[in-house]
Ligand binder design. Structure first.
Ligand code: GMT
Length: 377
């Protein structure tokens, strides 16, 4: 098949997932065209059957807000026609599903066509899509897609609740992980020794947005560190990083917390962790948590949103009430003090991630979805 993929190329789970999907599809013989305004952060420099088309947004001085969604629609239209794409798979509804709808309308006017698949990832439904500025266009664009997928049952339910989508079927296709890359055995313990210097290593990875409740990560860490000597490795960057740095200073743990910024190749660092901390308010899935589990790292998180679909509470991690940093720290310290329990959870995490979210199985679900929509032509 010839598939176009549009996603946010910036640091975040939806862009990571979309890129990994494109690479996996190309690995299975499909031709994949990324249409975005920048090179997606997880895309390697060259991969057979993978192409990149940059969206150039004209910057005429009249525009205080250059219309990116229109420039994207024009580029989608052009790439579909030039390369004979059959499917446009857009990740994150706003504005990608709207641009894809415009591109398809333009194509159909000339007797051409393309199928539009929209994957909902999280805040496009739970926060941004419900903002009055975007609500009606989000609902409209979702309903106009040929296929809609959500990354968790939680997100599917939220979509139906928020938009009352009577006219749309939402298929749940979960995020996936490449078990060859997120694999503890592959990296050895050198990085753990280097980072921890004899202490336990805790890792957090995110885009540091308010929804991540980053101060909670630092609070939880400080309480763990008081019980079990540890270091905290923070990967990523975003608006709330200064808050986290501030919290570390306030709690007197700044020397034990490292902020590494936006790194692309995160698998070796994640595999060097003893525990992964994720304190998001409502994570629709938690791709980083899945990557940690696959790497044999138990996850400490909040039992809300889609995270309980990813982390098995008590078996592959521990889920607490939102804001219960003390409870999370107690649970984490107990696991860190009990090597046999940690080893059991680590093995269960790696096995469960592979069994339920393996790359080949999930990518096959997307292939089947594309085939079924194409069959309707
Ligand atoms: O929705 C967002 O906040 C952005 C998006 C991203 O690009 O990181 O994150 C969402 O998509 C990921 C990939 O499907 C999910 O793993 C995240 O849980 C989800 N984020 C939220 O729901 C907050």
């Amino acid at each position: 098949m010839k598939i176009g993929i549009t996603c946010y190329p910036t640091y975040g789970g939806s862009g990571a997932l979309a890129t990994e999907l494109g690479l996996a599809l190309a690995g299975r013989g499909h031709e994949v065209h990324f249409v975005t305004y920048r090179w997606p952060f997880r895309l390697p420099s060259f991969t057979p059957r993978v192409y990149f088309h940059e969206v150039d947004v004209g910057r005429y001085p009249l525009f205080e807000f250059p219309p990116y969604d229109l420039a994207l629609a024009v580029r989608m239209h052009e790439v579909v026609r030039t390369h004979g794409l059959e499917v446009l798979h857009v990740h994150y509804a706003i504005p990608h599903a709207t641009s894809a709808w415009i591109a398809r309308e333009m194509l159909q006017k000339d007797g051409d066509d393309v199928k539009v698949v929209t994957t909902l990832h999280g805040t496009d439904i739970t926060i941004v899509g419900q903002d009055p500025s975007f609500q009606t266009i989000t609902k409209f664009s979702i309903e106009k897609s040929d296929r809609i997928t959500a990354v968790s049952e939680f997100l599917k339910t939220e979509t139906i609740k928020a938009f009352g989508c009577t006219n749309c079927r939402v298929d749940v296709i979960p995020n996936f992980v490449d078990p060859a890359v997120f694999n503890r055995a592959r990296y050895g313990g050198e990085l753990h020794r280097e980072l921890g210097q004899g202490r336990k290593v805790l890792v957090h990875l995110s885009n540091f947005r308010p929804v991540k409740r980053i101060r909670d990560v630092v609070r939880t860490f400080a309480a763990i560190n008081a019980e079990v000597p540890s270091v905290m490795v923070m990967i990523g960057d975003g608006p709330d990083r200064p808050d986290a740095e501030d919290e570390a200073r306030l709690l007197g743990v700044e020397k034990d917390v490292s902020f590494l910024g936006k790194l692309n190749d995160v698998a070796p660092l994640i595999a060097a962790a003893d525990l992964f901390l994720l304190t998001t308010d409502r994570e629709s899935f938690g791709l980083s948590a899945l990557e940690a589990l696959a790497s044999g790292v138990p996850v400490m998180g909040y039992g809300v949103g889609g995270l309980p679909e990813v982390v098995r509470n008590g078996e592959t991690g521990v889920l607490c009430a939102v804001g219960d940093t003390a409870g999370m720290a107690r649970a984490a310290s107990a696991i860190l003090r009990d090597p046999a329990r940690w080893a059991r959870m680590s093995a269960a995490a790696a096995a469960d991630a592979r069994a339920r979210f393996g790359m080949n199985e999930v990518v096959a679900l997307y292939e089947a979805l594309y085939a079924s929509t194409l069959a309707e032509r």
